[in-house]
Ligand binder design. Structure first.
Ligand code: G3P
Length: 494
């Protein structure tokens, strides 16, 4: 079944050369250039992706804008049923997509399967939720000085053409989290998958096509971030850009995009603050899950722990003991591997190693890990870290947790609020009132009390401040973000 369902998207050779989707047909690019996707597990070629040309992007944009009005005019119940069918296809190919994710981005089977299941559930949830998105009517005489006679009918309408740019670490889930709300609100979507993860992205696009998304309404343009991504970011016909990726890339897109709505999820570098009364076993479990899941390659990963020296002295042995049972680096296909497979590339691992080495030169101590073999980075803990060290000032997308000793809670607040990142923060304490008081002082998107940072459940609002993001995601928030208000005022002359 998969071979037949997906036959159109590649040249059917080994390794496959995948086509891009211009909204109507799967094509090889006239650029004649492709990008090879290597598995981070052991470097084998997973396949090749087209490197599309600016002319092909212009054509895709034109097709999108030509087709979009009819899509927006399609009854919502039809858009909803197409979306539910896409969810059904994602569920139907769960095993196939899971195996592809493992090969393409090095997730363990359980992490990859969780991403696929979550994507199908999210897609269905969006399709259910959209039916309760409503406009409103307003009367003029509510406002002082106005008589009756002016009624505003406020509805939500599509923007037009939405560019959706997904990251390598959730190439299916964080693609659907952008594509689905945009489609449901009546937009056309130009999807730019990541390079690593792009093969999973073209498979996802095929499912929306086969679910009945009309010609021109979804397209999938592949290629390098600098040429294809930059061209899309600055394209005059793009109405909205929704993006997940590094803070540097987000800032570059924002500079090119100009005046249009941007919904960005960027880097995190999330702190965990541990108070003296915290449950140390629970705290250790959450720090390990938060710090090492998918080898720490999550925007919501815990990157540093703040606590008094006494608290850190108490916590560290508990973390190390639990790590012995719940963390093991290795081939993500091996059942022996726990949480820590390869990081996405040798260059990423090299950058990660450099920041660790620089921090050690500045006085940080390696408690465990600290070195790598190629792109297999040992799960690492550093102590004696200070906020000015590279492992804190950069988003370290790898399996590292740094321990920073603080002298007061005020110092913790200052360190967190001085950071250029502000996605999430965790605070561990048995007294939730204390946690709430502390949370109110933090300039971050979300504060988790007694839990590690996380985007889910996906109907919760998810946002970053400072260099961690723009706008808000989460089911209802994403549906609203992919639409704008359109008031029509009826004036009845008195
Ligand atoms: O890195 C992407 C970010 O959205 C993480 O999501 O669900 O792992 O917290 P999650």
């Amino acid at each position: 079944m998969p071979a037949e369902f997906f036959s159109a998207i590649s040249n059917q050779k080994t390794p496959p050369v995948y086509k891009f989707f211009d909204g109507k047909a799967w094509k090889e690019s006239t650029s004649g250039k492709t990008i090879t996707v290597h598995s981070p597990i052991h470097g084998e070629t997973v396949g090749e992706l087209q490197s599309v040309t600016p002319g092909e992007i212009d054509h895709v944009m034109q097709s999108a804008l030509t087709a979009q009005p009819a899509w927006e005019a399609t009854p919502l119940n039809k858009r909803v049923s197409v979306t539910h069918l896409a969810a059904d296809w994602i569920r139907h190919f769960e095993d196939y997509l899971t195996a592809l994710l493992v090969r393409e981005i090095g997730k363990t089977d359980s992490e990859a399967r969780s991403e696929i299941k979550r994507t199908a559930d999210l897609t269905d949830y969006f399709a259910d939720e959209v039916q309760s998105i409503r406009g409103e009517t307003l009367d003029s005489d509510n406002f002082p000085g106005y008589d009756k006679g002016r009624i505003a009918m406020v509805e939500r309408v599509a923007y037009g053409a939405v560019v959706a740019i997904a990251p390598f670490n959730y190439p299916v889930n964080l693609a659907a989290s952008k594509i689905v709300p945009a489609l449901l609100m009546g937009n056309a979507v130009v999807f730019k998958p990541p390079t690593q993860g792009g093969i999973s992205g073209v498979h996802l696009t095929r499912m929306f096509e086969k679910a009945g998304v009309p010609a021109g309404i979804i397209s999938c343009v592949t290629g390098g971030g600098t040429d294809v991504g930059d061209y899309l970011a600055s394209h005059p016909k793009v109405d909205v850009i929704t993006f997940t990726g590094s803070s540097d890339t987000g800032a570059a897109i924002a500079r090119k995009a100009g005046m249009k709505p941007l919904v960005f999820e960027c880097g995190g570098n999330n702190p965990a603050v541990v108070l003296p009364d915290a449950d140390m076993n629970l705290t250790a479990r959450e720090i390990i899950k938060g710090g090492y899941q998918y080898a720490g390659q999550r925007c919501t990963a815990i990157k540093y722990v703040l606590g008094s020296q006494g608290v850190l002295d108490q916590l560290l042995p508990v973390v190390l003991t639990q790590m012995g049972e719940s963390v093991k680096m290795g081939d993500p296909r091996s059942p022996e591997t726990k949480l820590v497979g390869p990081v996405i590339s040798v260059s990423a691992a090299g950058q990660f190693q450099q920041w660790i080495d620089e921090s050690v030169k500045l006085g940080a101590k390696i408690v465990t890990g600290g070195s790598r073999k190629g792109n297999y980075m040992e799960p690492t803990i550093l102590t004696g870290v200070t906020p000015d060290m590279p492992v804190v000032t950069h988003e370290v997308f790898g399996p590292l947790v740094s321990f920073i000793s603080i002298k007061s809670m005020d110092e913790a607040v200052t360190i967190i609020n001085d950071s250029m990142f502000g996605l999430q923060a965790s605070v561990f304490t048995k007294d939730e009132g204390t946690g709430l008081t502390f949370a109110k002082q933090l300039n971050v998107g979300t504060v988790q009390i007694n839990g590690s940072p996380q985007r889910g459940p996906d109907h919760f609002p998810f946002l970053g401040v400072k260099r961690s993001g723009l706008g808000v995601q989460g089911v209802r928030y994403s549906l609203e973000a992919m639409s704008r208000l359109k008031p029509v005022v009826i004036n009845k002359p008195q």
